[in-house]
Design a protein around this ligand. Structure first.
Ligand SMILES: [Zn+2]
Length: 300
């Protein structure tokens, strides 16, 4: 049962289920071993605008930031690479797992290649208000609230001056192998971004009634905001799966929503930001994968 995510015994079964769903629903794992060109093309570049606080999710315009870009302008902009990690551990194989050594090697190569990790808030301001980004920007994201995100990933990233984005499925609070609420709060305190990944990993395409939205989005968002002491403004789709209706609905709650490697929805590009799943692979293949999926990233 998906509702039993945190249960150790069901983890393998759940993983199999997710992989099956992923295959059935047609999203591609663009991993390091399978880097390929996307069909989407890069578009306009950034324009510098004065730095200010980012807008809140429901505002229609912000005089301080200038007018918002239209969906078509946002869709045409150069995409920023977004990586997605799941498990970080030894003795567990699969496309959703990297070893701690591999993860460290990935962070090192990103650092040594001049990448700068950016927050989703920065990405939003770039997409919506054309604000400037650092050279070679990248987002490093994590799904499923695993405990190693706190005890391994965050520590390695901090060593390199990176900050990550951690998407929490809130049913896992304080369960074995998953982060405690204190660890989640600590991530936010350390400058990482905490986002929502639903209550129990049910896919957005299955939210049929208001009660489903309450259970999977509204209530867990409010609870997570209490834990981190700040607004939770970013969402990662369970299994990476979305439909247009769901993406439209999520724009009421989140500034940005992240899928996996599915094509974006040109009407709601802010709610269908692409990521690539990173499997265990060499740093060289990681770089190839980033270039293959998002195009050459501009230098300083
Ligand atoms: Zn997930």
């Amino acid at each position: 049962m998906l509702t039993l995510w945190p249960d150790n015994k069901t983890t393998n079964m759940n993983r199999k289920f997710i992989i099956l769903c992923a295959v059935l629903l047609g999203f591609t794992v663009i991993g390091c071993n399978k880097a390929k060109k996307t069909t989407e093309k890069s578009g306009a570049d950034t324009t510098a605008v004065t730095e200010k606080e980012s807008a809140t999710v429901n505002e229609t315009s912000s005089p301080a930031n200038g007018p918002k870009n239209s969906a078509s302008v946002i869709y045409a902009k150069q995409q920023v690479p977004v990586l997605c990690y799941h498990r970080i551990e030894n003795d567990h194989k699969g496309d959703y797992t990297v070893s701690p050594a591999t993860f460290s090697a990935h962070m090192k190569v990103l650092h040594d290649s001049g990448y700068h990790s950016i927050s989703p808030a920065k990405l939003y301001d770039y997409l919506v208000y054309n604000k400037e980004l650092p050279a070679k920007p990248i987002l490093i994201t994590f799904d499923d609230s695993r405990v190693e995100h706190s005890v391994i990933a965050a520590k390695v990233m901090e060593k390199y001056g990176f900050r990550g984005v951690f998407f929490i499925m809130t049913i896992t609070y304080n369960k074995k192998n998953y982060m405690t609420t204190d660890q989640i709060a600590q991530l936010a305190k350390a400058g990482h971004t905490v986002g929502l990944h639903s209550w129990d990993h049910t896919m957005v395409t299955k939210y049929k009634e208001e009660a489903d939205w309450q259970k999977e989005v509204v209530a867990p968002k409010a609870k997570l905001e209490k834990i981190v002491g700040m607004p939770v403004e970013y969402w990662a789709y369970p299994n990476g799966v979305f439909d247009h209706k769901g993406a439209e609905e999520l724009s009421k709650y989140f500034k940005l929503s992240f899928s996996l490697s599915t094509k974006r929805d040109s009407i709601v590009p802010l709610q269908t930001v692409r990521r690539i799943i990173v499997p265990d692979c060499s740093p060289e293949r990681l770089m190839k994968s980033i270039h293959g999926s998002f195009g050459k990233v501009k230098k300083a």
